[in-house]
Every structure is written in C-alpha cells, then in structure tokens.
Write a protein that binds this ligand. Sequence first.
Ligand code: ZN
Length: 386
Amino acid sequence: MFPTHTQPLVTAPAETAILALLLAEGPLSRVELARRVGLSGTAITKAARPLIDDGYLHELPPERTAPGAGRPVNPLAVTTDREFFLGVKVSADALYAVVCDLRAGVRATTGRRLGADRSPAAVGALICDSVELLLSRDPRHRKHLRHLGIAVSGDVDRHAGRVRYSVLPGWQDVPLAELVAERTGLNVIVENDVKAITSAEHWFGEGIGTEHFALVTIGAGIGSGLVVNGRLIAGAYGVAGELGHISIDPAGPRCHCGQTGCVEAVASSSAILARVREATGLTALDFDGAVDLARSGDPAAREAFARAGRAIGTGIATLVNLFGPERVVVTGEGLDTYDLLGTQIREAYAAHTFKAAANCPLTLRPLAWEDWARGAAVLGIQALFP
Ligand SMILES: [Zn+2]
C-alpha cells in the first residue's frame, strides 16, 4: 500500500472544528467560534493556541463592536501564506497545474497540451515538469509546500494512489502517486476529478455550510459527486454517484459501459452528436456543427439536445429523491449548450422529484480548467485534517 497521507495537522475535535470554520468562512471572533462549535470561550482559546504557535492562525487587530460594548475582540484568521498546495488536473489531451494558498486562493498557474505519447511514464514526467516550473517561480512556494493533489477522470483508487482505469490510452492500474512522489518528494494524493471538484466546492464554493450536497457535471461525460453528512461519498467499491450510468430507458441506446439506456448514452456530447447525425443523415457533422444546426432551428437537431436535457433532468431527480441534498450544482462544458437543453433539464427535474425533495435548487456554475486544478489542490488542504 502506498502511504498517501502524512500526519494531519489537527487531530483534536475542537482544533479541527475551528480550523475548518476559519478556512471556509474567513475571520471569526472567539465568541462566534464558541457559539458555532458549541464550546466555551476558554476552550476555543486553548484549542487555537497550538495553531497560532505553528503559524496557521493569527489574531487580527482588535475591533470594538459598539461604543461601550466592553472588551474589544480580536478575530481569529487563517494565515493563508503559512502553507501552499499544488493541484494538477489531467484531462484527455491537456494538463493544468496550480499553486493554492491555505484558503484555496490560486497563486500561480500553468498548462500544456499532452504530447503524442500519453503513457503513464510520459504524463507522469509532464506532471513533474509542471510542478518544478511552478515551484521555481516563487521560493516561498517551494519552502512551504508538502502536498500535491492530482485529479484524473476515471476509476481512481485514492487510498492506494492508483488510477485503475482512465480515458488515457494504456492507463490500467497505474501507481501514479508513487510515480510522482518518487520524483518530486511530495506527498501525492490521486483522486477522481469529479470527486475532487465536488469536495472543493463543498469546502470553498457553492457547497459551503451544507451537510448534504451534490455536484453534477455534464458534457463529454455525465457524472456526479455526493456529500452526505458533510463527507464526500467514496463508495464501498470506489464507485458512487455514477449519475451517467443510471439506466432511464430500457429501450434506449447502448452505453459504452455495456448497459442499455444510461443517461450518458443519451446525453453525453458524443451521444447527442450521434443522434443528430442519424436523424439528419449528415454523417460528417462535428459537435459544433450539431450545435449550430440546433441553434438555427433544425427540428431534428433541437430534439436531440432536448432529449439529452430530459435524460439529465430525470437523472438529477433520481439522485435528489435518493439522498435529498440541500443544493445541486450543475457544471461542466455541457453548460455551453444550456440554451438548447436547460429548459428540458428543469422540466424533467420538476416532473420527477418527489414532494419536498423538489425544494432542492439547481445552481449553474461554469468552472474553468483552473478550478478543476484548484479542486486537486484542495485534496492537500484536506490532508491537514483527520
Ligand atoms: Zn453506462
């Protein structure tokens, strides 16, 4: 087993709760922290002390809440420059890397296309080159950085640091964490990209403060990440939230996974394109062409997108009926064609959610490549916790 975790920074429940709150919400007074965590002010002061001594927290200058309101309060704040975190997102044809601070603020970025050789060794070498490039830009980053998160689409065994299956050719059971850790000397965490970004959104984005939260990606693939009781669901067998492979139509098209009528087999960009080609006879059409055709009003092309929207809306409703999240964030490159399938997503969602589950709002959130790499860096921030 590859050791993917260094010792957490915090272990005691009070320390853990204080650091998590200050990371997500910014500076808070001890009184407010005590109220939120459910401890006395003295217990907060005691729990914060080691984190202040280690340089992770500091006190802001005193602020008096109102004239004559008694002792001035010194809010506690995270020292964002205390530690930095590297994040790398590997997609089918490119690689993006960022350095983030302790509150997931992006400090440096780089990106490059993958070469013709996309073997684990070649991509591993590109990851190490990008890491070195970012670290060489700022000596503080090199000095105060221990963790590197790598987000890859596909089946990832985070615990073992292995990519079991990915869209990249020849990637079968690749010990990626070990490969990169040997060359960089960093603590490397490898995670499925959708799970990583779900976790990042939960800690630092649209999901802050929620106990039950889901993120759905639409586009080349359809996937989701689920947070239940404040924790990302990994699944007993490493699979959870496979929204794209919920079968919604027994008479539907065959999916690449081997099943029939999966959401992805109807609603992925390649499925939409196949449908438009079949319906129009335009066999040489590419996806952009299909989008143009639909926007110009072609009924067959419009129906292919509408059908995809209904499949996605039904899939999200199934998810919401099953675990009742407070909020669902919809993201992915599929949002670029939201004008062609958004109405159908919302109609199908409304039609298939059960009773009060329909109170769960769908929030659209376009995320750039940088956000996906940031999601990988957040894996390192989370490694500070037990
Ligand atoms: Zn499938």
